[in-house]
Design a protein around this ligand. Sequence first.
Ligand code: UT7
Length: 326
Amino acid sequence: MYVAGVLGTGSALPEKVITNFDLEKVVDTSDQWITSRTGIKERRQAAPDETTSTLSVQASRKALAKAGIKAADLDLIICSTISPDMPLPSTASLIQHALGARGCCAFDLAAACSGFLFGMTVAEQFIRTDAAKYVLVIGAELLSRYLDYKDRATCVIFGDGVAAAVFGPVEPPSGILAHELHTEGQYADHLFIPAGGTALPASRKTVEEGAHYIKMRGNELFKVAVRSLEDVSRQVLKKAGLTADDLDLFIPHQANQRITEAVRERLGVCPEKIYNNISRVGNTSSASIPICLDECVQSGRLKKGDLVLMSAFGAGVTWGAVLMRW
Ligand code: UT7
């Protein structure tokens, strides 16, 4: 049995910045409301010629270079996204071709904001059992393409971004120590895109009604998110026989700074140990945790031997946590 860990990370953010003041001009909102309710000051928006796969290729190339391996060495590519380039084929197929990882198995994974942790967990199973040596996991979202800029409840929240990590066998005590994933479909209608699938195929009517845009019952989700993030964080710590006091770094999914603060307090993690970047990038769904991870690696915030807890919650609803020793 092998132990899986991160060999390299990379991220790619679109250049265009949309500030809260920009949004004040298009929808009935204010910088004061967005900042106090979410912690967000600005987010990124992809240019028309950028897609989920093109940004993924940029982030993946950086992660491969940091890992010191070639695309041809990859055994598996997992692209976590709910904003694919197109319904068919998978975005992972497009990324695999652009990277030149010929013949390497590649598929998309849809678990919304928890998707990167779901992808990490799949990668860990493949590596642990020697079914794969090198696995590229990408968290990639261009949610601006699914936002209704007349709906102030959603258009101020989400941002675009991509990040990737190469996983491979590592020497203990480094590596993934514990993981825990959950889904509860009874809350499916709390965050969804009604049209464009088999339930409501795209038509002139669905477009006129805006049914191809994200709909969110944010207030109901808020309570479920705090409870689920706290529970799942405790579960992985317990599995590994560790406590919140042992943590060096806590990276929660960046849904809302009030959510992450509430979870941090409930877990008893001290304020210096949490990493947040929501003020600069907003909620980038499945790209949120890997962007944070890449920023922590690049800035030296995450050092070898550190114990890091990552916890996420998203549409589905899905939630999960991964505990790893860097
Ligand atoms: O990514 C993972 C899944 N997503 C989440 O976990 C999201 C969790 N939910 C949230 O982060 C928060 O619920 C939101 C930030 C989305 C909303 O904050 P809230 O404090 O729950 O606000 P609310 O939905 O209860 O709305 C309060 C008021 C309403 O007005 P009334 O009915 O009290 O007059 C809204 O219409 O705020 C209004 N409102 C806004 N006002 C100004 C909603 N959005 C805005 C806005 N600007 N952008």
